[in-house]
Design a protein around this ligand. Structure first.
Ligand code: X1R
Length: 249
């Protein structure tokens, strides 16, 4: 396979200055596999981006949790792709289900942001995933294929894209997809890339899993052939995030 394992930590809207200093200190002291084995990216709230970047070990990277596109005008409270580049923040998470559902970010709007962020030199963790209702109605692959197609319609170079599959029903709920459920969707997503984008992109694009990953379930999930890593929520602000990084295969 040869895809470098990827572990992202999405802190969401959490962390005080002291908690940020503590988790960064734990991460800086952690003995983890080398950068050749696992790529580690932490995503603090915007207000801590520069602070975390200034403290974090050089073999770990920082991501923003969203960005706006200058061409649409940077809205109050948002950060633009250009600002992230100026700050030296290399990664950005886009299309998170919480923004798709709560802020009505459409597939096309997310794809527009992915393409623009890439055009500005950012690397993108692009999130796709279905709700419990969509899964129970049997439309999981229809939904994630449409989300991925919208991105593929605007993106030709996937070298700086990591695709994150997030079963919405597993986010922050403590419900985690079984390894078989995760592998099934990851396999189908890679098959979709193979059939609609190309063999090289399908073989090289990391497809990571997000949804209640923790120190106890990460190993079994990581052992799945099409699970190339994780985007971790709550557990990424805890020492067990180091265990999740070590689950790199
Ligand atoms: C793919 C997004 C996953 S995430 O960043 O929302 C973390 C979810 C969780 O750990 O519950």
């Amino acid at each position: 396979m040869g895809r470098k394992f990827f572990v992202g930590g999405n802190w969401k809207c959490n962390g005080t200055s002291d908690e940020v200093k503590k988790i960064v200190s734990i991460l800086n002291e952690a003995e983890v596999p080398s950068e050749d084995v696992v790529e580690v990216v932490v995503s603090p709230p915007f207000v801590f981006l520069a602070f975390v970047k200034s403290l974090l070990r050089s073999d770990f990277q920082v991501a923003a949790q969203n960005c706006w596109v200058r061409k649409g005008g940077a809205f109050t409270g948002e950060v633009s792709a250009e600002m992230l580049v100026n700050l030296g923040i290399p990664w950005v998470i886009l299309g998170h289900s919480e923004r798709r559902l709560l802020l009505n970010e459409s597939n096309e709007f997310v794809a527009d942001k992915v393409a623009y962020a890439l055009s500005q030199g950012l690397k993108v963790i692009a999130c796709v995933g279905e709700t419990l209702e969509q899964r129970e109605s049997g439309s999981t692959m229809t939904v994630v294929a449409a989300q991925t197609k919208a991105i593929a319609d605007q993106v030709s170079n996937w070298a700086n894209v990591v695709l994150a599959y997030e079963p919405v029903w597993a986010i922050g709920t403590g419900k985690v997809a079984t390894p078989a459920q995760a592998q099934e969707v990851h396999f189908e997503l890679r098959k979709w890339l193979q059939e609609n984008v190309g063999a090289e992109v399908a073989a090289t694009t990391r497809i990571i899993y997000g949804g209640s990953v923790n120190g106890a379930n990460c190993k079994e999930l990581a052992a799945q052939p099409d699970v190339d890593g994780f985007l971790v929520g709550g557990a990424s602000l805890k020492p067990e995030f180091v265990d999740i990084i070590k689950s790199a295969t």
